[in-house]
Design a protein around this ligand. Sequence first.
Ligand code: BGC
Length: 538
Amino acid sequence: MTTRRDLVLYELYVRAFRDANGDGHGDLRGVIEKLDHVASLGVDILWLLPISPSPLRDDGYDVADFRAVHPDYGNLDDLQALLDAAHARGLKVITDLVLNHTSDDHPWFQASRRREDGKDDWYVWTDDPTRYAGTRIIFTDSETSNWTFDPVRGQYYWHRFFGHQPDLNYDHPDVRAEMLDTVRYWLELGVDGFRLDAIPYLFEREGTNSENLPETHAFLKEVRAAIDRIAPDAFVLGEVNQWPVDTLPYFGDGHDEMGYLFHFPVMPRLYRALAEGHAESIRWILERTPAPPEGGRWVVFLRNHDELTLEMVTEEERALMYAAYAPERRMRLNVGIRRRLAPLLGFDRRKLEVMHGLLMTLPGTPILYYGDEIGMGDDVTLPDRHGVRTPMAWTDAPGVGFTDHPAPYQPPVADGPGGYPSANVAAQERDPNSLLHWVRRLVTTRRTLPALAPGGRFAVLDAGDPRVLAVHHVGEGAHVVAVHNLADARASVRLRAPIEGPWRCVWSDEATRHDGALDRGSLTLDLPPYGYAWWTTG
Ligand code: BGC
């Protein structure tokens, strides 16, 4: 029997990672130069934010051509070279694919607004901007309506995101065909899968909230079938920012829609639990998280390229999160917090460790966000989400090893504990106790634990102390028990092990010594503030 193990993803913004040609913008050749760093983290899959031509008013989610590479990032040969170099290291590469909308620069929109080229109805046009009134606005800080008037056509067009991002009209068969061709195009180039952006919003229907419609699921099944015909092993990850019960249908039967889906609501509750020093909110959401059908898998993360979304929390939780993590108004965006992981956690190494440990032991496939492995800071003086998309700090040289250009697309973060003088890869490589080395050890340890692989079973255990989250995974004939103390106070764990053992401790904070402690089927252990330990059988 082959032992299965779980994958770990690494999300990176090409523009921010490494500028190989010295023009101030990161590029695909730059990613190739830094693949050894990515591989050294022990991750399996690189997720590239959108790489297609775009005016970059939404950092590439505003696509102007679905079948090419943004000239700042390189060309299709560079992409091929990246795929080859990644594959040679055993890494897969998935790209973002934006199905829902385009940029208003896209030639399809330009033709549609002029009623040319048979594209009159490729977008959602109306004379009546009260249509679909039941549909919420997502970018609440910048948009007041999902309709924008186009003076060229003399009609309103529909958009779920920025006004410069018109939604495609999925009721039009040519749009559906074109987007299925786009899916095939990238797979034939050799990409290993997709992160499918904003999939709940493809269709609109009066009298609904225009989310999760049956028509949307039907089209996503077509997308999956098109993928499977070319690349049955492709990694297909859908972005659905909803409650688990509403997200679950996007797995389909486990094989005919998304293979992977982000679990959004668990994420803010990790931060809430940490702020409260109490594990209950994590337990609460995990108990409301259905197991995906066979073939499906949740995907979990601490941070990403967007604001830390607070859409899937209560009013009360939102207030608590803002007070704890975004005390200044400028740290907030839409319904969320536009900060990076390390600043959110006050650059407290103990909190960084306990949160990473939780991430790695939740029931799901984890994602790391570039820069978080070195505790990189953010820049809240930059607009929108730019402050969490700054250049990766490789060294403390001018240009931070990101670029030789005197004026990079954005300044690197310079100040504070997350500034490049201390938070850079080279410095952390030299220090065996750095966060970077610690993250590597964490991911490497996780890779040795087949109980965490997809298809296993998961349960929250009674830890005997409300400060502590205790979880149990079983799969591939092995068990894992992990305890994490969310509080800035010692915790007394009293745990009944799910089986007698023998148990082996594989991971713990510095201070916790407990080898064999689970052996007799129960555990009594004092955990230091933010302390943690994992055990495994087999
Ligand atoms: C992406 C955002 C983007 C939006 C519109 C999201 O789900 O993660 O970065 O702005 O889609 O495309």
